[in-house]
Design a protein around this ligand. Structure first.
Ligand code: SF4
Length: 516
């Protein structure tokens, strides 16, 4: 139940300093209950994951657009530049074999690729378009070749048709001469193919460097002000769960902005493929690859690192001219990983609510089926269900005492899952919290109350204040007999006060967030 002390009244006739103190106190009190009002932290997790302290705190924030998540739309134009004459011979890489078969990428090829992509991307409503040079070790190319490619990308950036230039390379192909040149061409992001922080794994993979160079290169890249990315591989020879976790933790210490996680795939024409055929290398079984990747994902995600890719796409492998021979390729590997994390989080919550799986005692004691809702943000709905409905089938099998409905709630943050026990709604005592913030005008309370009444929601308690010129209201309503769900009610209220930030949150979601 909300206390009226949440938002202390601010009287217009107060002394200015007193009012300022009141406002600060009110904002602090509100923040302590709901999180921050900051627009910076309201943005989509794909683009500002690093701003995330925890999904719980983020989802409790008011959002300036009436509670809707603002999705930053971002597109990458990939330019594949095979590293001709790469002196290295990493055992998983077929670049040496395929570059012999490929024509060198010319400047006009690069322009043609960018123009082809832009002809579609420029018709879309995107926030950022990046040109990214992938496919080999870009900074291992002769510097004049790097400059020739970068000059084309810079021309597009200077003309405003693209926003960023991005490239990937090896950690030992970074020095001040290279970085000075990348700076000259206004490069934004440098991704390092680190693969592992374990020196034995690096040696067995014939990477030609140890992990110490990663720390030095990362330091230099950050010193120059580039955005840093780190790529890690899972399941290379000599790799184990421990080395995977260690690599994820070392990555967190370096604190890149972005990361990619790739399970090892055996591609034709590689030394790894030969080892596989001779029985010397065994690819990880898929469930083990998913498990290790999920453990690494959680470490990186909890540290606020934006994980921009999990697993290779078949188009990557086609681009690289490879045929998959073995390994843990799955076209929806990211969903396998995020789905397994969703299942784990939901299971933890069920355990905290006292629901035990089939192997526990609930079924044996004949507990009647309890109606519950699993909720995620709309983006995570497929993860919650799981690839090929694997999670749905798992919960149906393991928790026969539960009658589970799968729902979305746009108030939830990415990676956040909530369980609502519907037994409470049987007693018609479900409640929701309505918050309204914005420039003070006449009749706001009346409009909100009317919308609630039209939706058959009873107003239980309301507190409102005017902070300077801002109207702030928190209303507790009964929704046990509502004719619409909270998302629909939010839209209904928003429609009558479009200029205000409106937020409607189910009380159970609100309480769950604040219990954690
Ligand atoms: S992974 Fe990179 S460095 Fe290693 S052989 Fe392939 S292109 Fe060369």
């Amino acid at each position: 139940m909300f206390s009226r002390r949440i938002l202390p009244p601010v009287h217009r006739n107060m002394h200015k300093e007193e009012r300022r103190v009141q406002i600060v106190r009110a904002v602090k009190l509100t923040k302590s209950r709901f999180g921050s009002f900051s627009h910076e932290t309201c943005r989509d997790s794909h683009t500002v994951n690093r701003a995330r302290a925890s999904t719980t705190a983020r989802s409790a924030m008011f959002r300036g657009n009436g509670g809707k998540r603002q999705v930053k739309k971002h597109a990458i134009i990939p330019i594949f530049i095979p590293h001709l004459g790469c002196p290295n011979d990493c055992i998983f890489c077929n670049q040496k074999k395929i570059t012999a078969k490929l024509k060198p990428v010319t400047g006009s090829d690069v322009e043609k690729t960018i123009e082809t992509w832009l002809s579609t991307l420029e018709t879309m409503d995107l926030d950022t378009i990046e040109v990214a040079f992938f496919g080999g070790s870009f900074t291992g190319l002769p510097i004049e070749d790097q400059s020739a490619y970068l000059a084309i990308a810079k021309r597009y950036k200077d003309s405003g048709r693209i926003d960023k230039i991005h490239m990937s390379t090896r950690p030992d192909y970074i020095d001040r001469v290279i970085l000075d040149n990348l700076k000259r061409y206004d490069v934004d992001t440098i991704e390092l193919g680190v693969q592992s922080f374990d020196d034995r794994v690096l040696k067995l993979s014939n990477r030609g460097h140890d992990s110490s160079i990663v720390y030095e290169s990362s330091r230099l890249i950050k010193e120059y002000g580039f955005e840093l990315g780190i790529q890690l591989m899972i399941g290379l020879p000599g790799d184990s769960l421990e080395t995977c976790l260690m690599s994820a933790k070392e990555t967190v210490k370096i604190a890149p902005s972005i990361a990619r996680l790739y399970p090892t795939i055996v591609i034709d024409d590689t030394e790894l493929c030969e080892q596989y055929k001779r029985g010397e290398y065994k690819p990880l079984p898929q469930d083990e690859a998913v498990f290790r990747t999920a453990e690494m994902y959680k470490i990186l995600d909890d540290a606020g690192i934006n994980i921009i890719r999990v697993g290779l796409k078949s188009s990557d492998i086609i681009h690289d001219g490879g045929e998959i021979n073995g390994g843990t390729f799955h076209p929806a590997f990211r969903q396998l990983v995020e789905g397994s994390i969703a299942r784990e989080r939901l299971q933890e919550k069920l355990a905290r609510m006292g629901f035990v799986g089939k192997s526990g005692s609930a079924e044996k004691t004949g507990v009647r089926r309890t109606k519950i809702d699993f909720c995620s943000c709309p983006d995570d709905f497929s993860n919650m269900i799981g690839n090929s409905s694997v999670n749905k089938k798992f919960f149906a099998r393991e928790y026969p005492q539960l009658n589970i409905m799968y729902k979305t709630d746009s108030n939830l943050a990415k990676g956040e899952y909530i369980i609502i026990n519907k037994e409470n709604s049987m007693k018609n005592n479900e409640k929701a919290v309505v918050t309204v913030i914005g420039k003070d005008t006449v009749g706001i309370l009346a409009k909100v109350a009317t919308s609630c009444a039209e939706a058959n929601c009873n107003v239980i308690e309301v507190t409102q204040s005017v902070l300077e010129d801002y109207f702030c209201m928190v209303m507790l309503i009964s929704i046990g007999e509502a004719t619409m769900n909270v998302d629909e009610l939010q839209k209904k209220i928003q429609a009558v006060i479009p200029e205000m930030a409106v937020h409607v949150m189910h009380e159970n979601i609100f309480s769950s967030m604040h219990r954690i």
